[in-house]
Design a protein around this ligand. Structure first.
Ligand SMILES: Nc1ncnc2c1ncn2[C@@H]1O[C@H](COP(=O)(O)OP(=O)(O)OP(=O)(O)O)[C@@H](O)[C@H]1O
Ligand SMILES: [Mg+2]
Length: 327
């Protein structure tokens, strides 16, 4: 019988950690600066609200990747949710964002009113200097303890009932189970998606969906402590299921609350609302693209393991993670 030669891969876990820290992840000091930027806005808002009890605004909450610790270095905006009170705020989105922009101009007299603008379903505050854009999504509050409210999905424009605090808790629970590694695997896959969006015509895939797929793979028992293996597990899941298997989570509702019939080509349900298929806008063509791209990535990654020279292994990894990959 032949002896099997187990090779040490040319690109190691340590190389992947260095690449992640240097190229992929938003650096800690930057993350802290952006969070401070938002907490300053929140403090001003709270002060203004205390002086104007009928303001119609409930609270401001950091949401999105900056809150979840999954932001990439290429982050362009800080996602913020402003909870508005039903009753005082307009119900139609167009009127609501205008209303909110007016309110925010009153709240922040120190900011040039022209820097507070409406952009689709959001109000954007632009900062010059070291700050980033703050993208404020109005959430029509239900006023309950779970922090539920209606928000308008940025890519579909659809009004959805959800809970940002519960989304943050959902992520936190999984981060606690696999500290550092869970968020890192999410960031590496978001990075991979960004590379494919650049080199694959008409391909786009949302961060929230990436995160929910990774959550499913983690819940299925995947160990993410080795990043090469970790991202392969996610690609294998996409390849094996073709993303035709319904993805849902039982943190906040029972599987029996999910719709009985199919809700879209791809079904990835909001962990807090069984009626909200976050993947409702994913087309068959995007699904097929993603499955093909995942299979290609798996080929490169498995070949990377067998390469005998660093140069060859680097080529494989660059095919997956882009030309900035180094080791
Ligand atoms: N369709 C939706 N239904 C419910 N919540 C949504 C939906 N779309 C976005 N969200 C909320 O908005 C948050 C931000 O989503 P987004 O896709 O911008 O991801 P992100 O983590 O901020 O990634 P990125 O770093 O690319 O901005 C999500 O974590 C979720 O709380
Ligand atoms: Mg975001």
């Amino acid at each position: 019988m032949e002896t099997i030669n187990f090779l040490t891969p040319e690109v190691s876990q340590a190389d992947l950690v260095t690449f992640s820290e240097e190229r992929v992840n938003l650096k800690q000091p930057d993350a802290q600066r952006y969070r401070k930027q938002v907490s300053d806005l929140r403090e001003d808002l709270e002060r203004y609200m205390a002086e104007h009890p009928d303001f119609g605004v409930e609270k401001m909450l950091l949401s999105g990747s900056l809150a979840k610790g999954t932001a990439l270095k290429t982050i362009r905006d800080a996602d913020v949710a402003v909870y508005v009170k039903g009753g005082s705020a307009p119900q139609e989105l167009a009127a609501l964002v205008q209303w909110l922009a007016t309110k925010l101009r009153l709240t922040y007299p120190q900011i040039d009113p022209q820097k507070i603008t409406v952009d689709g379903p959001c109000v954007v505050i632009a900062f010059s200097g070291t700050g980033i854009k703050v993208e404020i999504t109005p959430v029509y509050s239900l006023g309950d303890a779970e922090g539920r409210g209606y928000l308008w999905d940025r890519s579909t424009g659809k009004k959805v009932l959800t809970s940002i605090p519960r989304h943050l808790e959902f992520t936190r629970k999984r981060k606690d189970k696999q500290p550092t590694h869970y968020a890192q695997v999410i960031r590496l896959l978001k990075w991979w998606v960004r590379q494919r969006e650049k080199d694959t015509l008409d391909f786009k895939f949302r961060s929230f969906l990436v995160e929910l797929i990774v959550a499913k793979v983690a819940d299925n028992g995947a160990d993410f402590s080795d990043y090469h293996v970790g991202i392969e597990k996610v690609f294998s899941y996409i390849q094996n299921t073709g993303l035709k298997e319904r993805i849902a989570f039982s943190d906040y509702y029972k599987a029996t609350s999910l719709p009985k019939t199919r809700m879209g080509v791809v079904e990835i349900f909001d962990p807090v609302n069984p009626e909200n298929n976050v993947a409702a806008d994913v087309t068959e063509s995007t699904r097929m693209q993603l499955v093909t791209l995942a299979s290609t990535a798996l080929d490169h990654l498995s070949y990377a393991r067998t390469c005998q020279t660093k140069g060859e292994a680097l080529e494989c990894w660059r095919d997956v993670m882009g030309s900035s990959f180094s080791a």
